[in-house]
Write a protein that binds this ligand. Sequence first.
Ligand code: ATP
Ligand code: MG
Length: 564
Amino acid sequence: MRQRKTFIPTTREVPASAEAISHKLLVKAGMVKQVSAGVYTYLPLANRVIEKIKKIIREEHEAIDAAELTLPILQAQEYWEQSGRWNKMGDELMRIKDRKGGAYALQPTAEELICQTVANMVTSYKQLPLSLYQIQTKFRDEVRPRLGLLRCKEFIMKDAYSFHDTSESLREAYKTYYNAYSRIFDRMDLKYRAVQADSGNIGGSYTHEFQALAEVGEDTIVYTDNSDYAANIETAKVPEENYSLVEFEKKEKELVETPNTGTIDAVAEFFGLEVNRCLKALALKADGELYLVLMRGNDQLNDIKFMKATGTSEIEMASEEEIDYMGGVAGYMGPLEIKNCKVVADTAVKYMYNYTAGANKLGYHYANINTGDYEVDAYYDLRMIEEGDLAEDLSGPVKFAKGIEVGQVFELGRAYSESMDIKFLDSNGKAQYFYMGCYGIGVSRLLSAIIEQHNDDKGIIWPKSVAPYQVHLLCVDVKKADQVALAEKLYEELKASKIEVLFDDRPERAGVKFNDADLIGIPLQVVVGKKTSEDIVEIKVRENNEKVEYASSQVIDLVKEFYK
Ligand code: ATP
Ligand code: MG
């Protein structure tokens, strides 16, 4: 492709809102153009990278016998009502109406429609297992679209769904997809970790996220250097082995006047204790029921672990009236003399001794509280894990890293087949609900994730497998006839050798061309310039910016060797 004929509007103008390096580079390199918040046009270069990504995904899905189909974006309300997600997804679900008033969801994912697809078509265990996938535009009304292609309202996702007669067959497919995903991300030269994760509103129980490591990532990954343990911080368990009982002399419980100690830090200061020796008590409402949640002063409640432990799905802070009803006082909450609520405590609380607790009385705390001074309905692992805590697999202390979720694999079990009422006949002729799995990859998000890991101060450095072109051929001065002649000759030869080549034939200054080439980041540059009369060209490897001169006749072989 001639650069004069395609559309690569490189620019120095970067929107002030662009925080992520990948966002800046996508705009600077003329790859995307924003249309509105979270909505982008993929310009020709980006489009080519997306096609490369899709190709890798398709090859790896064909290899595991997943068949591609295309589900509609426009999905009638009735299917979303059936699964219960028409309401559950809230404002994130984009909805539109047709002229007759019929309501539709713009697909954010497609569990409902894939169930509708196989309903009454896949009827026997003999047709199982079955894996179907699509690469399609998705819509989500994200609260805050940001970071370029990382969080959009409209984006491209690969979503696969598998159907099984047994949970064992599902687990096998899960492993197969897990391995296919590893190959897909390896082929894209991504540094990533597969981490245990939360299943969110999609249901199901067993799930891993594939997290590309990048500072800009919105997810925190918890891992250790001693094993392959890795989890999203949202689910990372704090094993009880983190705590130990210490020998101590039990002191007498005492009610103490503590004026102006409405914060945990003020309490710690008042008593001259470490914050973790002061009990924090949070008044919450979960699924309509009131809870008093007890933690060490420094610890943070992990909402997801709380909801899992208590089997609830929505939590909020208790209101003033509700705190009143519990017999508490905001800022002075404690487990003694509390009422009309469940009392749950983080495991760490079991190991506290002679600690302080709010007295449910304005300006008062108890000192020297110990186990047995009040009742606890249940102890759970409820707190956010911290760096240095012992990992769940006990292999050593955990570290944190930031990640971009580029893919996720789920075991859905039978949640959707039951709600969507789709069944098959087993070998005994008995109707059974399918076991299902679903597997997503953020195709457009990958563009950004790859750039986050592959760039330098000059621009993007595409991995070979997803580069928009294999070679960037530059004719330095199009006013020089000999340079044009040699460049044109090489252009024809490269094309004839089926090498994807972008030919910078623009009447631009050399500096502009070199800067643009580095910015766009095609892995190999072939520069036809000053030494044309000696039949010499310069080849630059973008990854290390090393330039070497070669006879023009060597170019094709060198390029082939590079891409072998
Ligand atoms: P996130 O936690 O980042 O919001 P998710 O867990 O809701 O993502 P999934 O439902 O698992 O997303 O979707 C599959 C994949 O689609 C994700 O792994 C991610 O790579 C991509 N994706 C999800 N939401 C967006 C978005 N708003 N913009 C771009 N890609 C997205
Ligand atoms: Mg996800």
